[in-house]
Design a protein around this ligand. Structure first.
Ligand code: ATP
Ligand code: MG
Ligand code: MG
Length: 535
């Protein structure tokens, strides 16, 4: 067992790395530039940084770019940006492709020591042989022949070379199938996004990672738990190549209910236009969750809270949003929105004859958040739900938030629809707000109010956890985007895209697009881990 369970003094994160020396620890985050970072990658990145910091060591960001078929500069750039967004900057930025020469030479050494062989067994047959523990017909080929095929045929991707791959000679029938002569090099004619056509064969993940980890000075390699069967293989490679050993520390992969994390599947949603792009608020990408209102601190706190767990669990999104709520609640400015549909008029017989504007705190418990304008008039708007509740309960007196009490004089309903059209009342500012049952949010019914489009989302798929053999395309949620038109208070027009606020009694929202002359301000609901969505 490579995992340390030493007792530590750290209260929040009760885990140490084995044989870690202060100032000497080197961790690495090795994304493949084959898609945008998602929340699982964020967990890996944050954990690596956490350990590097905890031991005053170093963090390497390494692009694991050994498969030219999937990799693009666009993804590489986005990953760097997203890491920056998360406040993660490595001490070094490296590329697996920086080591193609060294890996090539090491593979040659491996062949020379009779620890690797070239194999032209057809793929399907090879898979079946590995499954059944059958020895490849090429396994006993001579070192000379293997060297010739590797350095001439495979390296130049000749017609013959293209039929071969290089396999580590570990065992063909050992119970752990990951150790059954894994493929360590294969040909690929697609140009590489950094090295172009210089190489026509590439090391596999299983060869590349242990080699580069060792060469780069990594002391602790954090790997998700599903690689556990491959850990002995990682150790074998370093031993076989006489490289410095690296400690492995396993951690649990994060999965979320009704959420796909595979880059291939996410790409499908983008290609089919089910989502706008990789930063769609329904996506579990770093960009997606940020657009949905996730803060860096919320995300980091969540990851650290998950840290010690080695159980792969299917998390509910509410747990991560609950962490985020703790971050935003003390600082999110409070504002007012009223749903447009059947908004009810309040007419005050003794209200201000002209509109007046007063400053009020944006956050009652945190004066640092600043002040906002509140407009007072005799004609106000409230939500139909509130109006209906007043009518149904027959309230005599209610409280208007940020103002005071009013006495209800008359309630006017639409005769056929039962919709409350108007509530007539008069001010009772000496009244005790503690004695009323309802504290209502309201908006001055003036041209200052801002048109809003409040948007909420549902998960893209309907099933909590897809089973082996399930096709995700059979579980698409038919409707995942919900729009509610509303009015916002005058201050909304000052907000900047990305601002996270609370519309009081409605929830947290993030401004995705500011209003223009012809389009409303678009706010996305920020889940708070508690409130059940309206859909
Ligand atoms: P995909 O299979 O979607 O392409 P990947 O796992 O191959 O994703 P990489 O870019 O190779 O993506 O991953 C970079 C790092 O992120 C690896 O260390 C990997 O273990 C880690 N990682 C990927 N997905 C998760 C996850 N769901 N939870 C935790 N860590 C993850
Ligand atoms: Mg990978
Ligand atoms: Mg994967």
């Amino acid at each position: 067992n490579n995992n340390s369970s030493k007792k530590t003094h750290k209260a929040n994160f009760n885990i140490d790395l084995k044989d870690a020396q202060d100032g000497k620890v080197v961790t690495r985050f090795p994304p493949e530039p084959s898609g945008y970072l998602h929340i699982g990658h964020a967990k890996a990145a944050i954990l690596n940084k956490y350990f590097a910091d905890m031991y005053h060591g170093k963090l390497i960001i390494r692009f694991d770019d050994t498969n030219p078929a999937k990799e693009k500069m666009e993804y590489q750039d986005s990953i760097i940006e997203d890491l920056q967004l998360l406040g993660i900057k490595g001490d070094r930025l490296t590329f697996s492709s920086d080591y193609f020469d060294e890996m090539y030479n090491l593979a040659i050494n491996m062949i020379k020591e009779n620890k690797a062989y070239c194999d032209d067994t057809p793929l399907e047959t090879m898979r079946a042989e590995r499954m059944d523990g059958i020895k490849s017909k090429r396994r006993d080929a001579s070192v000379e022949e293997n060297l010739d095929i590797f350095t001439n045929e495979m390296k130049n991707a000749t017609e013959k070379g293209l039929t071969y791959c290089l396999r580590a000679k570990i065992s063909y029938d050992i119970p752990n199938k990951a150790l059954r002569d894994p493929v360590i090099y294969r040909c690929n004619l697609i140009p590489h996004h950094r090295t172009g056509t210089q190489w026509k064969m590439y090391p596999t993940y299983d060869f590349c990672v242990p080699v580069v980890d060792s060469i780069e000075g990594v002391t602790h390699a954090l790997r998700t738990i599903e690689y556990r069967d491959r850990n002995p293989q990682y150790v074998w490679m370093q031993e076989a190549l006489h490289l410095r050993p690296v400690h492995i520390w396993d951690f649990a992969r994060v999965n979320f209910v009704r959420t796909l994390l595979s880059k291939r599947k996410l790409q499908w949603f983008v290609d089919k236009k089910y989502v706008s792009n990789w930063d769609d608020p329904r996506f579990p990408t770093v960009r997606g969750v940020r657009r949905r209102g996730m803060t860096v601190k919320g995300l980091t706190d969540f990851v650290i809270s998950q840290g010690p767990s080695k159980n792969i669990i299917n998390l509910d999104w509410s747990s991560i949003w609950a962490f985020n709520k703790k971050v935003i609640d003390p600082i999110a400015p409070r504002h007012t929105a009223v749903f447009k549909k059947d908004a009810c008029l309040i007419s005050l017989s003794d209200g201000p004859t002209e509109k007046t504007i007063e400053k009020r705190p944006k956050h009652k418990k945190n004066p640092d958040v600043g002040e906002k304008d509140v407009i007072y008039t005799s004609s106000l708007l409230i939500d139909q739900d509130d109006a209906l509740a007043i009518a149904t309960d027959g309230d005599k007196e209610i409280t208007l938030m940020d103002w005071g009490n009013i006495v209800i004089v008359n309630v006017v309903k639409d005769e056929t629809s039962e919709v409350v059209k108007e509530i007539q009342g008069k001010l009772n500012l000496q009244g005790d707000f503690r004695k009323t049952k309802k504290k209502i949010t309201w908006l001055a019914n003036t041209d200052d109010k801002v048109e809003l489009d409040l948007v909420d989302f549902d998960h893209l798929i309907t099933k909590d956890k897809l089973d082996e053999g399930d096709n995700f395309e059979d579980f698409l949620t038919p409707k995942t985007e919900f729009h509610t038109p509303a009015y916002g208070d005058v201050n909304v027009s000052q907000m900047k895209e990305g601002d996270i606020i609370q519309f009081e009694r409605k929830g947290y929202y993030r401004l995705d697009k500011a209003a223009t002359e012809s389009s409303p301000a678009v706010f996305f609901t920020v889940p708070d881990g508690k409130t059940v969505s309206k859909y």
